[in-house]
Each structure stands twice: as structure tokens, then as C-alpha cells.
Ligand binder design. Sequence first.
Ligand SMILES: NC(=O)c1ccc[n+]([C@@H]2O[C@H](COP(=O)([O-])OP(=O)(O)OC[C@H]3O[C@@H](n4cnc5c(N)ncnc54)[C@H](OP(=O)(O)O)[C@@H]3O)[C@@H](O)[C@H]2O)c1
Length: 303
Amino acid sequence: MGKISVGILGATGAIGEMYRKLLSFHPHFQVRFMSASKQKIGDSLDGLGLENVEDIYKAKQLGVELVFSCLDTQTALIMEPLWGETSLVISSSSAFRDRNRLILPEINGGKVLGRTKGIFAKSNCTLHPIALILKELIAFEIVHATATTLQAVSGAGRQGLAAIDVLDNVIPFIEGEEEKILEELHILFEQNIPLNITCCRVPVYDGHMVSLEVQLKKPFIVDEIHHALKKVPWIEILEQKDRPQPRLDKDRGNGMHVCVGRIRKGANNTVQLVALTHNRVRGAAGTGIKIAEIAYGFTQPGA
Ligand SMILES: NC(=O)c1ccc[n+]([C@@H]2O[C@H](COP(=O)([O-])OP(=O)(O)OC[C@H]3O[C@@H](n4cnc5c(N)ncnc54)[C@H](OP(=O)(O)O)[C@@H]3O)[C@@H](O)[C@H]2O)c1
């Protein structure tokens, strides 16, 4: 069987670049169509000419049936429904993260199984470590959780932040990020998990870190939390006292692992820990590809 022809919308951005890298050695998917903004149409990238994002007809002629969208939200709102009429669109943007289309594959990946068209949106990049850890703590009855994030600059995209604003600095605000995380957490778990969250931008290139504190109802010892997290294939516990660190650990599990360290017990039956994920792999392109693999039956939902 030949490879499935895919398109990347927004191939020149921070996430498009990661899709190109990961798809360059994918066993089942082959990139045949790439788009960028109007100024770059015709430029050459990885041996293909950059196309107009509106040229769905050209993509169809090339046999494209699967599309990874890395567009900004405003462009995605217009373009993704048009592509979704005839193709399966896996979106990195927040344009369509609603109850029917929001996917975090290890939680609700079964939704895409066998789908050949329509839009599915991977969840917010920073939500991945938070949701995947909270999922394992539900058995201990969560009273409430508090998260403080330290998010990499690549999370803001190519045009995101001027170096002069972020170098030697921490910016304790990311427009709309806290709201998205709370809303998507609620959609994913179909229940209200009380979460207080503060999102900060830090001068790290790739790798979002989260300090997470979760008050539990059930009394626990740290070993039980350790055990509950350790059995999950996509969670990797780092035993060294000063890990995880973005520079050293973001690529673990080919960038798909949630790296967890500093698991300890705090006041009032609270578990405290630090988690790290690669925002452009686990938080975007790696997960987008995993969603597509589930749709085509190459990967099992929840695997
Ligand atoms: N960065 C992350 O870590 C991350 C993580 C999760 C989700 N996301 C989401 O993923 C999406 C892409 O993020 P990014 O960081 O890759 O953004 P980015 O670096 O700004 O890239 C945006 C892409 O969209 C293209 N584009 C912009 N305006 C366009 C238009 N009017 N028509 C057609 N194409 C247009 C750009 O082309 P040009 O190069 O020609 O401008 C570029 O290829 C966003 O929705 C973002 O919120 C990002």
C-alpha cells in the first residue's frame, strides 16, 4: 500500500516546521501539499512549491486526503471548514475546540477512529501535562488543583515575542491561555475539576513546564502517586532531584512524554510535582500525527 498523501496548512510556522520534520520519516504519511501566507506562495520548501491555502482543488488533484492545519485561529476559522468538507483536518489552532471536535488522544482519541473528513482539534499544548496527570489522580478524589506554567517562547509562534521583551525576563501573562485550559479541561473530563492556573512565558526555546499542586480527598503516601503515574506509558518519572529540565528532557519519548519530577507531599493532603512537555511535539505536531494515526487505524486509541 502506498503512503497516504497529506497537506500542511501553515507549513512555514513554528508548528508547520515540526510537522515537516516528523512527517519526513513517517511510515504511512507523505507530504504532497504545503501552504503559507500570500507573500510566500511559490517559494520552495523541502522540494515542494508553497501553495495558496485556498487551493483545495490543487490538493485534491495531488490526492491529498489528510490535512494538518497549523494556521492562526482567525485564518483557521475560515479555511478549516472548507478543507473539512472533503478531507480529514487535524487542527492545532483553537478555532474549533468544542465538545465534538476537541481531542487529547490518550483521553478521548476514540472519537476520530475511522473518520475520513471533518475537523478535529488537538487540545491546548499546556493542557497535556495537566490533564494527563489529573486523569491518574482522579482515583484519589481531587479536591482542587493549582498550576503555574513556565511556557517556552516557541509556543507563541514565529511572530510571537520580540527577543528584547523576553530575554532576561519572565512575563506572567499569556493572552487567553488560562481561559482555554480551563474550558478544555472541562470538555475533556465532562466534569468540573476546580483548577487555579497562572500562565507565564519564560526565555526557553522549546518545552513547557508546569508546577502542579493537587489537593486530594483520599489520604495517600507519595509512593502510591509514584506508582499510579509510573504505570502510564506516556508519563516518565525522573528520579533526579533537579529534573525535569527543558534543555535536557523535552525530547524524551521522541518528544511525546510527559516528564514528571519532584513528586512530594505538601500540607493538607496535597501532592506537589513538576511536569514538562515538548510544546511543539507532544503539544502540537506529535499529537496531531497520533490523532491521524488513530483515525486510520495505525495506532490504537489510548495507546
Ligand atoms: N507554537 C506552539 O507551540 C503551538 C502549540 C500548540 C498549538 N499552536 C497553535 O498552532 C497554530 C500554529 O502555530 P505556530 O506557532 O506555528 O504559528 P506561526 O509560527 O505564526 O505560523 C503560522 C502559519 O500560518 C501561516 N499564515 C498566517 N496567516 C495566514 C493567512 N492569512 N493565510 C494563509 N496562511 C497564513 C503562516 O505563513 P507565513 O509564514 O507565510 O506567515 C505560517 O505558516 C496556532 O493556531 C497556534 O495557536 C501552537
